[in-house]
Design a protein around this ligand. Structure first.
Ligand SMILES: Cc1cc2nc3c(=O)[nH]c(=O)nc-3n(C[C@H](O)[C@H](O)[C@H](O)COP(=O)(O)O)c2cc1C
Length: 228
């Protein structure tokens, strides 16, 4: 199979993608939107069921609704993480109590997911409830969209906060007319980035790749990262 995309170009795309939470007012062109949706359509799916459906949301009022539900969902999630102390795992390196308090406040307020209404487009991703692989299929479609949007110079953010709690998901389905038999799995904000954040940390390959048996490191030491 001949492929014109170099390894460097493919890895550049993967490495350039970020979750973008600040957007300009510049609209996403219909051409670009179509390319992004086409990337979703070409994603793999279990038994090729293609259980996904994509609702393009551009109306400000409708985006505000998604933002409001996302903010509440995110706030509840992080409040429970704080109460159960799970949040501490993520902040072991943040020792400064003032900075810690600020970060916890931002997370528990839900503000961290309220940004979606800034994006020109929000794509609501729903999938057939009767298809076993629908959560994985829709995830593959979302990642395809993220990568192709990156190649177009656009930013995306995959947001689960608004659909994680089934009560929120029902509200969203009712509001957008998602019929029974479909579940909304998440949304994707798409727009021109106003701010391009630093890369978030990742576990090392030597920590997460195993040889034959779980837990046995495949790489004794971190392999040289030729793509970075
Ligand atoms: C399934 C899933 C759900 C996510 N939900 C949210 C969300 O509700 N709000 C948000 O701001 N970011 C959300 N994100 C983005 C992650 O926070 C982000 O991918 C992660 O911190 C790594 O940062 P990066 O995407 O910039 O590499 C989600 C990502 C995934 C894959």
């Amino acid at each position: 199979m001949a492929c014109n995309v170099s390894k460097e170009a493919a890895m550049e795309l993967v490495n350039l993608r970020r979750s973008i939470r600040n957007y300009t007012d510049t609209p996403v062109s219909e051409d670009d939107l179509r390319t992004i949706l086409e990337a979703a359509r070409q994603a793999p799916s279990g038994e090729n069921y293609q259980p996904w459906r994509f609702t393009v949301v551009r109306d400000q009022e409708n985006k505000d609704f998604l933002s409001m539900v996302g903010k509440a969902g995110s706030g509840r999630r992080f409040t429970s993480e704080l109460l159960s102390r799970h949040i501490m795992e993520r902040f072991v390196n943040l020792k400064d109590p003032e900075k810690r308090a600020k970060a916890f406040k931002k997370l528990t307020s839900g503000d961290v997911s309220a940004f979606v209404n800034q994006a020109d487009v929000i794509i609501l991703i729903s999938g057939r409830l009767d298809v076993w692989d629908a959560p994985y299929d829709t995830s593959a479609a979302i990642e395809n969209m993220c990568l192709v949007a990156t190649s177009l110079g656009l930013g995306t953010c995959w947001v689960g906060a608004a659909t994680l709690d089934v009560r929120d998901e029902r509200r969203i389905n009712q509001y957008f007319g998602v019929p029974a038999g479909y579940k909304s799995f998440g949304m994707l904000a798409v727009g021109e980035p106003a701010r391009y954040p630093h890369a978030r940390p990742r576990h090392l390959l030597s920590e997460i790749v195993y040889k034959e048996k779980f837990g046995v490191p495949y790489y004794e030491k971190e392999p040289e990262n030729k793509e970075a």
